[in-house]
Design a protein around this ligand. Structure first.
Ligand code: FAD
Ligand code: DHB
Length: 389
């Protein structure tokens, strides 16, 4: 079997790449180790930057997103007994975020690929990449896929990054001493906008998916066991961390999804080797506090699509050679923003009283200075793709 671009992984990165390449007349095959049902149900991100929304709409896969997505023009930072709104409409006019579940993006992309006759193989076993320097090919389930280029879009635990010979890639990494316990509940959101709450007991986030479904996250210790968190404990802790301003009551309901995610920062440099190009979580991970992971995956894939389009148009390898450098500026900006939001809002057991005072001082600054609030706002909604950062 032969295709132009072999894509490992049917997450947002792999699926969007396959779709964007198709729009440029470039063929691809997507190999995914999980079932279609599994990837369509995997609950993860929810915040789409303006540029991500524009990319999906321009690519013709934004119809349901525009209909069902929830546009937001601000977030609340809640700490010290008060809520403080960061008004995007004032600080970054014309730019906003849209709340729309990642699994809905995945469903829309799969539907679009299949409608266009796209080739996505689910449930494939033993995917391996070979001969990355010149004539790359992928083997899976006893078959062989020859291609010009391989896109490693297989997430942090995939096989693509580890296939690069030792000594080529450098990893930059930081682990945090806490994780996020995330839930979905059948209850109307208790607020119209997202609430990022900092308390002495730890961070809590109130988000949503629809007028009937709310999404919450709680900071819990790293390595925490989900079994230690029966529903009553989750609601009690969410109430303690969120009901900290006068007049706010958290509505509760049936919890139908629960999961724990470790928090990690990770970047590999470069994001390519020979004919293998890494995109999305395969190349970098951010802690979710800044809501950047899926948005970065989209940004990578835009760069890779343009580079591949040039390669097939006139044989030029320059944009492909520069792929990693073109992505890494944005990647590092998002790394810093995600680390900064995490540090600003979480409780570190190792913090002494001095460190806690610094945290409060920065929260006070961000919520009172227009310059500081604009820094948060422009990073949160996403810097323009051509920003010189
Ligand atoms: P993935 O979604 O991980 O997809 C990789 C795919 O590759 C998977 O389908 C996997 O099954 C497949 N795969 C893996 N190994 C193999 C193999 N050997 N062979 C074949 N296939 C393989 N990001 C945001 O932008 N905004 C948010 O609000 C946000 N919130 C988050 C909240 C949580 C709780 C979590 C966990 C993440 C959040 N993120 C957020 C991050 C976001 O979910 C990820 O960055 C995003 O999924 C990255 O997409 P990807 O396609 O690169 O990787
Ligand atoms: C959601 C996830 C995030 O990581 C975040 O910062 C905000 C919202 C969500 O899943 O809704």
């Amino acid at each position: 079997m032969r295709t132009q671009v072999g894509i490992i992984g049917a997450g947002p990165a792999g699926l969007l790449l396959s779709h964007l390449l198709h729009l440029r007349g470039i063929s691809s095959v997507v190999l995914e180790r999980r079932s279609r049902e599994y990837v369509e149900r995997r609950v993860r991100a929810g915040v789409l930057e303006q540029g991500t929304v524009d990319t999906l709409v321009e690519a013709g896969v934004g119809e349901r997103l525009l209909r069902e997505g929830l546009p937001h023009s601000g977030i609340e930072l809640r700490y010290g007994g008060a809520g403080h709104r960061i008004p995007f409409e004032k600080l970054v006019p014309g730019r906003a975020i849209t709340v729309y579940g990642q699994q809905e993006v995945v469903k829309d992309l799969i539907a679009a690929r299949l409608a266009a006759g796209g080739d996505i193989r689910f449930d494939v076993d033993d995917v391996a990449v070979h001969s990355l320097e010149d004539a790359p090919y992928v083997t899976f389930g006893g078959q062989r896929l020859d291609c010009d280029v391989i896109a490693g879009c297989d997430g942090f635990h995939g096989i693509s990054r580890p296939a690069v010979p030792d000594g080529v890639l450098t990893a930059y990494e930081r682990e945090y001493p806490f994780a996020w316990l995330g839930i979905l509940a059948r209850v109307a959101p208790s607020a119209e906008e997202l609430i990022y709450a900092q308390t002495e007991r730890g961070f809590a986030l109130h988000s949503m998916r629809s007028p009937e479904i709310s999404r919450f996250y709680l900071q819990v210790p790293a390595g925490e066991d989900l079994a230690a968190w029966p529903d009553e404990r989750i609601w009690a802790e969410l109430k303690t961390r969120l009901e900290t301003v006068p007049g706010f009551t958290l509505a509760t309901g049936e919890i139908f999804e629960k999961g724990i995610t470790p928090l990690r920062s990770f970047v590999t440099e470069p994001m390519q080797y020979g004919r293998l190009f890494l995109a999305g979580d395969a190349a970098h991970i951010v802690p979710p506090t800044g809501a950047k992971g899926m948005n970065l995956a989209v940004a990578d894939v835009r760069v890779l699509t343009d580079a591949l389009a040039r390669f097939y148009a006139d044989g030029s390898t320059e944009p492909l050679d520069g792929y990693s450098a073109a992505c890494l500026k944005r990647v590092w900006r998002a790394q810093h923003f995600s680390w900064w939001m995490t540090t600003l809002l979480h409780t570190f057991d190792s913090d002494d009283a001095y460190a806690r005072r610094l945290q409060t001082s920065y929260l006070d600054y961000v919520t009172s200075s227009e310059a500081a609030a604009t820094t948060l706002a422009e990073n949160y909604v996403g810097l323009p793709y051509d920003a010189p950062v």
